[in-house]
Ligand binder design. Structure first.
Ligand SMILES: [Zn+2]
Length: 191
């Protein structure tokens, strides 16, 4: 999948503003809304990380300088980085460290393995096939190339929009019914 879709899906699923916040969303312990939800930015970051920390190192400067021959002459170390950032083995080790050392980052960081799992099915045979078991095994699943199937990106965007509408709608409804309950109890106490 393309990096922007990965980033959007990562934030939708693994931030408190998104699914990980449940019906309450990004709130403090006392229930008041957080103005800045750091988990949103962390999940965005980890959604993009596998591509930015590998291909991005090569492509971004080229794009800014001349934009020509971007996909040619990619140095071998970029492919090594690509294998590392797209390996579930390496991700598992990193997640274990984060779980032990800084637990609040664990859920937003799941945007990283989610990126890799969606890549497995949306990258066909070739140099960008996803090396999920690197460096333990060379196994690669033959998915279909997302750039040859625009319906993959359209579906992902439609699902993301539907998801945001559903979760924001549910939270709004939850808040209204909670307020009604509170008013009812207050009236009962007064009478
Ligand atoms: Zn990727």
């Amino acid at each position: 999948m393309d990096t922007i879709t990965h980033t959007m899906l990562g934030a939708a699923l693994f931030s408190r503003t998104g699914l990980a916040g449940g019906l309450r969303g990004a709130v403090r312990r006392n229930g008041s809304p957080r103005l800045v939800d750091w988990t949103f930015w962390a999940a965005l970051f980890f959604g993009a990380f596998p591509d930015v920390a590998s291909l991005g190192i090569h492509l971004i400067p080229r794009l800014l300088l001349d934009g020509y021959g971007m996909w040619r002459d990619i140095p071998p170390y970029i492919f090594t980085l690509y294998r590392c950032t797209h390996s579930l083995v390496i991700i598992a080790v990193c997640l274990l460290f984060v779980r032990l050392l800084f637990r609040p980052l664990f859920i937003p960081m799941l945007a990283w393995p989610f990126h890799v799992i969606t890549d497995v099915f949306t990258h066909g045979p070739g140099r960008f096939q996803t090396p999920i078991l690197y460096p333990v095994s060379d196994f690669k699943y033959a998915g279909v190339n997302w750039w040859e199937h625009p319906e993959i990106t359209t579906t992902a965007w439609a699902v993301t929009v539907a998801f945001w509408m559903a979760i924001l709608g549910l939270r709004y409804w939850n808040q209204i019914s909670w307020k009604r309950e509170l008013e009812k109890t207050q009236r009962m106490i007064r009478s």
